[in-house]
Design a protein around this ligand. Structure first.
Ligand code: ADP
Length: 427
């Protein structure tokens, strides 16, 4: 079974709201429709559910023209869960769900045991059978949503359309509803098309995404294809970072808050002095990232090195426009990068050796700290709260060198707060 939306244009009056919308969905697929407010997501669902007639294009279910189906036939194939599911009448949840049987009943025909059994099965599937006797008006938003989805399922449709089914719901209901949609596609073989506001929720559960912007599909495909920082900037106008989650390997989108983009922010008198002070972080392995944020917020100039270009420290440095000496991914520090690192350190007022793990590949960062202290006569702060032995992957070489360095007059620090406290001495 395939649902094909072919080159659809839709209008409200003379205003075109959907243009050339073209995609298909196969049995068992959960499709997420995303896009900024006003991009046409609801209109797309309204068009598929025949509330709005397309001016151009066709919609086919298993090759059959959807617009030409009789009403009952259409309702036996398509069910919709609208955005606003509030009900003003005091019906019981079961009465509401039984309304979903209407497309299967003849005129004036009453529900039979079989219809009640179907309603019960759908309420069990959506985990709301225990609410069957409760008046719908007394249910919470999440409970009501489950009942309304059960009503849609009671139509026994092949295509389920939902408009923001999880908005205004707490995280438990968000998960419950998304997992339900996943089950409906995987086990019941439905086609589910859901408008989803939350990009991370969409990434987590949908098989495919459709990104709409000003009535047109900007991108469609897997989460990796659609959820790119560029696509999100071009459609939502928002600056985001898109990463893969280490545990789930799924994309997640984090907004870049404006204080991160503005640098520095503070108007305190001290920040004026801070702006004249350059702090160089010898970092890597994500050990410098947090300090980069903190020092930038305090108005200091920050530089960093040597980090590999796949490192979190590298990404944060890029984000904060921090000059950084880099090395190719997973490569040892070359002489060239080492020299560039020394040149950057030369310009700094204070050098901080972060709590980095040492292998043979980055021992040159230890050399850099030594040169800073001895040849360049810099003030060098060294994090020493994490035991060096536990982050030494050189068989003792790094530990020996670290202890020597500490004995040569560096300033040991335990945490970032201590760094901040000690810095004004050098300003
Ligand atoms: P979304 O669901 O992505 O927020 P909509 O589909 O609701 O977007 O709206 C798409 C465009 O159509 C918007 O510009 C909106 O103002 C307009 N629109 C929505 N509903 C109507 C309507 N009933 N009459 C006229 N214009 C509408």
């Amino acid at each position: 079974m395939t649902l094909e939306i072919k080159n659809v244009d839709a209008y409200y009056g003379s205003v075109k709201v959907l243009e050339g919308v073209d995609f298909s969905a196969a049995r068992g697929e959960l499709l997420g429709v995303i896009g900024p407010n006003g991009s046409g997501k609801t209109t797309l669902l309204r068009t598929i559910s025949r509330i709005l007639k397309p001016k151009m294009g066709t919609i086919l279910l298993e090759g059959k023209e959807v617009m030409e189906m009789k009403d009952k036939e259409f309702s036996r194939n398509f069910a919709a869960v609208p955005q606003d599911t509030s009900v003003n009448f005091d019906f019981s949840a079961l009465d509401i769900v039984l309304m979903g049987r209407n497309p299967h009943l003849g005129r004036l025909e009453l529900e039979t045991e079989k219809d009640i059994e179907i309603a019960r099965r759908c309420m069990e599937l959506t985990n709301c059978w225990h609410l069957s006797e409760r008046p719908i008006t007394e249910l919470s938003g999440g409970e009501r949503q489950l009942v309304i989805i059960a009503r849609a399922l009671t139509q026994e449709p092949r295509v389920l359309l939902l408009d923001e089914p999880t908005s205004h719901l707490d995280i438990n209901y968000q998960i419950e509803i998304m997992e339900l949609l996943k089950r409906l596609t995987s086990y019941e073989g439905l086609i589910v098309i859901a408008v989803i506001h939350d990009l991370n929720l969409a990434a987590q559960y949908c098989d495919r995404l459709i990104l709409l912007h000003e009535g047109e599909i900007i991108s469609t495909g897997s989460q990796q294809e659609v959820l790119t920082a560029e696509n999100i900037k071009n459609t939502f106008g928002a600056d985001v970072i898109v990463k893969r989650h280490a545990l789930t390997n799924l994309c997640y989108v984090s907004p870049v808050p404006s204080p991160v983009k503005r640098q520095p922010e503070s108007t305190e008198a001290s920040s004026k002095n801070n702006a004249d002070t350059t702090i160089h972080l010898i970092c890597g392995g994500g050990e410098g990232a947090s300090l980069m944020h903190l020092l930038s917020e305090k108005g200091y100039k920050v530089t960093a090195g040597v980090v590999n270009v796949v490192d979190t420290d590298y990404e944060v440095a890029q984000l904060l426009s921090i000059p950084v000496v880099t090395e190719a991914p997973f490569s040892p520090i070359t002489e060239e990068a080492f020299q560039a690192h020394l040149a950057l350190i030369e310009k700094a007022d204070v050098v901080v050796l972060c709590s980095i793990p040492f292998g043979f590949g980055n021992l040159k960062n230890m050399d850099a700290a030594e040169v800073a202290l001895e040849r360049m006569d810099k003030s060098v702060l060294v994090f020493d709260s994490d035991k060096i032995e536990e982050r030494d992957f050189t068989g003792g070489e790094a530990t020996k060198r670290f202890i020597e360095l500490k004995n040569k007059g560096v300033l040991p620090v335990k945490n970032q707060e201590e760094v901040l406290k000690k810095l004004p001495v050098f300003v």
